[in-house]
Write a protein that binds this ligand. Structure first.
Ligand code: SF4
Length: 387
């Protein structure tokens, strides 16, 4: 397993809360609070840095693009001081369309940031309004133009489908408009309605009607087919990229590589141990100002838990999992680890949901197991075999 780390940095600030959001983020923070948070974040990096090589950094949120280049710069400085960033390190900043300027983008670039990820979600203003997003479709177009002008050549656009009231035509139209912008990478997620969010209440009280599973799946498959036709290879259930532009950082999560998270509620997975800071902003900052670690939760995975997570995350990838690597990592084959699930797995195989295939290439061969496109529709049922 690679000793090269990924680093996730959580920036919990947003202009306002979207109607579907249950992420750890807060709206309307003033400059003083942001600055205080940045100081704490840099201190956490200084306290927990270990000099390990790092080949991906991801600023997620929240809306990291609400930070100025100098604020992001002080975090980058701490990272470069406390870790060893590789020359080709992928450094991504998540951004909301309309929150970047050519100047801020040039500033980000001068810090070594080389990938931008915009939460576009839809190119239909009516849908953006329903989601409670702060931007409109023309902001997305403008932000992409500015990003290219500033010299970025690695861009992801996040999209959402399965939104109450969204038609298949609206989804297709969004895909057409997005692919015209020619991003290197596109993520496409089905809306998850989380309890307590405004959209959840709109559905609960009959103000919005959710799509049926069939409608949601039809959008998923139409999206996949369209993206493929436009040259975006699907490499994960919800992600497609032009050749060679897969997201290095996210691949670390899906292949169970080590990553360290800094910031409010940020999770880490290092040497089989999971840990995270809590999600109370005040407690997080007070701990660091008091020279204490903000770590609130630690869990040492059992071999069985790590094996199960290896399959859960790996089966999200279209390449699936390497069963020989599974055996090497966990000291038992799939059949030995889950004897009770083998009959059911065989049925899924026969029905064309799962494929197991020998692969011979340069060097050693391997046996891979992966989900087919139809299998991905019922991935939860298949993955439940490995709990
Ligand atoms: S921009 Fe993202 S993190 Fe912020 S409120 Fe909207 S969905 Fe949540």
């Amino acid at each position: 397993m690679s000793r090269t780390l990924g680093i996730y940095i959580h920036i919990p600030f947003c202009v306002r809360k979207c109607n579907y959001c249950d992420f750890t983020s807060l709206a309307g923070a003033d400059e003083e609070l942001k600055q205080r948070y940045i100081t704490c974040l840099s201190k956490q990096i200084q306290m927990e840095g270990n000099g390990r090589p790092v080949d991906s950094v991801f600023f997620g949120g929240g809306t990291p693009s609400l930070l100025s280049p100098s604020q992001l710069g002080s975090v980058m400085e701490a990272l470069r001081r406390e870790f060893s960033l590789t020359k080709d390190c992928e450094i991504t900043v998540e951004a909301n369309p309309g929150t970047v300027t050519e100047e801020s983008l040039r500033g980000y670039q001068s810090l070594g940031i080389n990938r931008l990820s915009f939460g576009v979600q839809s190119m239909e203003d009516e849908i953006l309004e329903r989601l409670g997003r702060i931007h409109r479709s023309e902001d997305a177009v403008r932000s992409v133009e500015l990003t290219r002008r500033a010299g970025f050549d690695n861009l992801n656009l996040d999209l959402m489908f399965g939104i109450p009231g969204q038609s298949l035509d609206q989804w297709t139209s969004t895909l057409e408009k997005i692919t015209k912008l020619s991003p290197e990478h596109i993520s496409f997620y089905s809306l998850q309605v989380e309890e307590g969010t405004p959209i959840y209440n709109d559905i609960k009280y009959g103000r919005l009607t959710p799509l049926t599973d069939e409608e949601d799946r039809a959008m998923y498959h139409a999206g996949l087919a369209y993206l493929r036709q436009q040259g975006y290879g699907q490499y994960e259930i919800s992600n497609g990229a032009k050749p060679g532009r897969e997201c290095r950082h996210n691949r670390k999560y899906w292949t169970m590589q080590d990553y360290v998270g800094f910031g409010l509620a940020a999770h880490s997975f290092v040497d089989g141990i999971r840990y995270s800071a809590g999600d109370d902003l005040r407690a997080y900052m007070e701990a660091l100002e008091d020279n204490r670690t903000p770590r609130e939760w630690v869990h040492e995975n059992t071999v069985e838990e790590t094996a199960s997570e290896f399959l859960f995350t790996g089966l999200r990838l279209t390449e699936g999992v390497d069963l020989e690597e599974f055996q090497r990592r966990f000291g038992a084959s799939l059949e030995e680890m889950y004897p009770q699930s083998m009959d059911e797995l065989e049925r899924f195989r026969q029905q064309g949901f799962v494929v197991t295939r020998e692969q011979r290439g340069l060097g050693r061969g391997c046996r891979r197991m992966y989900l087919t496109e139809r299998g991905m529709d019922i991935s939860n049922r298949i993955m439940a075999l490995f709990v």
